[in-house]
Design a protein around this ligand. Structure first.
Ligand SMILES: *Cc1c(COP(=O)(O)O)cnc(C)c1O
Length: 360
């Protein structure tokens, strides 16, 4: 068995102990005589799986009792529609555009009401987070939407925007569980799990109960209505059972690692190794403003497309895979999610040093 160091932005690396547990449980989950893929979502054994997953997530994020946790499908992209359909009461929402995902969320919301782009960093290819301390928040905005960590560009909000009392909604697909979150700062948090939590096919929404309403946009599909899902404990129809089970295993792993405060220390350590090298290298450069650097996604370039391509090719051959930057940015990007061991980052930096010496 040869495992690589997988720097993919998503779907991405999962903890090896979790994968081994999946293998162990595959043929016979806890004496049920079947795999989790094969069992009824209405069975007692599955009920335990989904309930335990929810409780572990609640423990990790210290989710207050007045928030519901919903296990959904359709990815984060489906939430770009579900959020305005469910949360627009006045038909108005403000969006902060810090990258492609934020922009997609904004564009989708325009279908269902008046979405305002109140700040943007498009002028410098989303290489920074705009000052959000005094934005022109709309008087009648139902919420303010942010993408908390910009997966493609490698920026993150270190400070939350001043929403002037409006509800904050955040896409945390690429940084949930990387550090503690004060859930009550938000009306709603959602994340596709395939970056930092589990296999693609599950999206989790954490939503304040008073925002779960019956009088949503009448065009809202039954499946996209949060009330449908909340009233049925995420079992209105067949949920992505196996994916939720794997998420549950990852939640237990994060707990064993010491929870979110420990994850933050672990992630800061890893990111510092890479950023310190980028800041000292004559060949490789980070592409975003230092103050806004992500702990999870680290884009970098040499400034020479051919050299970038040579680097990616040689890195791949050496077992450092999926380092090619997003097609819209070029260069390289190392995604160093929770499950990336420190050793992976140390070895990558050593490889970069050797490459720099050989190609200087
Ligand atoms: C990957 C990603 C998405 C898209 O997720 P899907 O589950 O593929 O729809 C949205 N937002 C962010 C921040 C992402 O990283």
């Amino acid at each position: 068995m040869a495992r690589v160091f997988n720097f993919s932005a998503g779907p991405s690396v999962l903890p090896e102990v979790v994968l081994k547990q999946c293998a162990e449980d595959m043929m016979d989950y806890k004496g049920s005589g079947m795999s989790v893929m094969e069992m009824s979502h209405r069975s007692k054994v599955y009920d335990n799986i989904i309930k335990e997953a929810e409780q572990d997530l609640r423990d990790l994020l210290e989710i207050p009792d007045n928030y519901k946790v919903l296990f959904l499908q359709g990815g984060a992209s489906q939430q770009f529609a579900a959020v305005p359909l469910n949360l627009m009461k006045n038909g108005v929402a403000d969006y902060i555009i810090t990258g492609q995902w934020a922009k997609k969320a904004y564009e989708e919301a325009q279908k269902y009401g008046k979405a305002n782009a109140i700040a943007s960093s498009a002028d410098k290819t989303f290489s920074y987070i705009p000052d959000c301390s005094d934005l022109p928040i709309s008087e009648d905005a139902d919420y303010v939407h942010i993408c908390h960590n910009n997966t493609i560009y490698g920026t993150t909000f270190k400070e939350l925007p001043n929403t002037k009392g409006k509800i904050l909604v955040a896409d945390m697909s690429s940084d949930i569980l990387s550090q503690p979150v004060n859930v009550s700062d938000y009306g709603m948090i959602y994340f596709g799990v395939q970056k930092n939590v589990g296999p693609a096919g599950v999206v989790i929404a954490i939503i304040r109960e008073d925002l779960i309403r019956d009088d949503v946009n009448p065009a809202t599909p039954t499946m996209l209505k949060y009330k449908t899902q909340a009233d049925n404990d995420s079992l209105y129809n067949t949920p992505p059972c196996y994916g939720i089970y794997v998420c549950g295993l990852v939640f237990k792993w994060v707990k064993e690692m010491g929870g979110l405060a420990a994850m933050k220390v672990h992630n800061e350590k890893k990111a510092a190794i890479l950023y310190d090298f980028l800041d000292s290298s004559k060949m490789f450069k980070g592409t975003v403003e230092k103050k806004d650097r992500s702990l999870m996604n680290v884009p970098f370039v040499t400034g020479n497309d051919e050299l970038d391509a040579k680097f990616v090719k040689e890195a791949t051959a050496a077992g450092f895979v999926n380092l090619k930057g997003h097609r819209s940015v070029g260069g390289m990007r190392a995604s160093i999610y929770n499950a990336m061991p420190i050793e992976g980052v140390e070895k990558l930096v050593q490889f970069m040093k050797d490459f720099e010496a050989a190609n200087a």
